[in-house]
Design a protein around this ligand. Structure first.
Ligand SMILES: C[S@@+](CC[C@H](N)C(=O)[O-])C[C@H]1O[C@@H](n2cnc3c(N)ncnc32)[C@H](O)[C@@H]1O
Length: 264
């Protein structure tokens, strides 16, 4: 482990001035950018930069979402067409859309309005699904989505940002039709190495929360497992994302993940 730590410092050292500069710029955005600059920045710069993460984990994610094709819609009209109604919360630029079964009708609830234009443009890249609605709002308060109205809810790397995980879970359960499924894939608090957890705490209460609105130390796995909102079953697994040599080693601070399916 000490070699591993030394490797990380070795990788980090030449990047320190760049990281510092980026942090200062982001901090200024957060502090003085009002309600406009930061969401714009996220939509145009930060979230597209998640592309590497998705390319690296594409086959693992595909495997996780594959079982959606076996699900049958609770809506008789959709069932007849062999279609599903899917709701994704916090889709960002839409890296998950490729995984949805053909004929899916997709609604998204996204706090950042700058993704709306991209959402409808994505229809060209994903003709197998139908981009139905873009709702600007919070996962914890999805008043524009009726009770029992969707077959599948999806979130990937969103519970680290919501104001209340329990509030979001309650809403997810409310909008799901009976038998509906919530597919999640989230980074979580480190569960093995104390020093990683320690750095996660430091980052979470400083730069990560201030700049990215994200907490690296969220115990989303434990909150979902506690199942206070009453899913009929929760099946989940903790895992680590693989780290490649070099700069990628920095991802050790969000390598601990959970993936699972909760059924209403
Ligand atoms: C780290 S990005 C993940 C984007 C995408 N899900 C992915 O896996 O690439 C977090 C996303 O959640 C959105 N978000 C943050 N808080 C939210 C909330 N309370 N309700 C809905 N979306 C939220 C952000 O705007 C952003 O698009």
């Amino acid at each position: 482990m000490s070699n591993f730590l030394a490797d990380i410092f070795h990788v980090l050292q030449p990047w320190t001035p760049h990281l510092l500069l980026i942090s200062i710029v982001l901090f200024v955005f957060q502090k003085f950018g009002g309600s406009h600059i930061q969401p714009w920045f996220f939509a145009k710069v930060y979230n597209p930069s998640l592309a590497n993460y998705h390319v690296k984990l594409r086959s693992m994610k595909k495997e996780h979402f594959d079982s959606m094709t076996d699900h049958v819609s609770a809506d008789p009209a959709l069932r007849k067409k062999g279609a599903l109604r899917i709701l994704e919360i916090g889709p960002g630029p839409g890296y998950n859309f490729e995984f949805y079964p053909a004929k899916s009708e997709l609604t998204v609830v996204e706090v950042n309005p700058f993704f709306e234009e991209q959402f409808f443009k994505k229809q060209i890249e994903h003709p197998h699904i139908k981009m139905e609605r873009f709702v600007v709002g919070f996962a914890e308060s999805m008043k524009d989505v009726p009770d029992n109205s969707v077959d599948i809810v999806v979130s990937t790397m969103v519970l680290c940002s919501v104001r209340s995980i329990e509030g979001a879970l309650q809403e997810i359960r409310r909008v799901l039709a009976p038998g509906g499924k919530y597919y999640y894939w989230e980074h979580i608090r480190e569960y093995e190495y104390f020093w990683v957890r320690f750095v996660q705490h430091l980052l979470s209460y400083t730069i990560y929360d201030l700049v990215f609105g994200c907490r690296l130390n969220r115990k989303s796995d434990e909150v979902i497992k506690a199942n206070k909102c009453g899913f009929s079953s929760v099946e989940q697994k903790r895992f680590r994302t693989p780290l490649q040599p070099g700069f990628d080693q920095l991802c050790v601070f969000h390598s601990a993940h959970v993936k699972g399916i909760a059924t209403k």
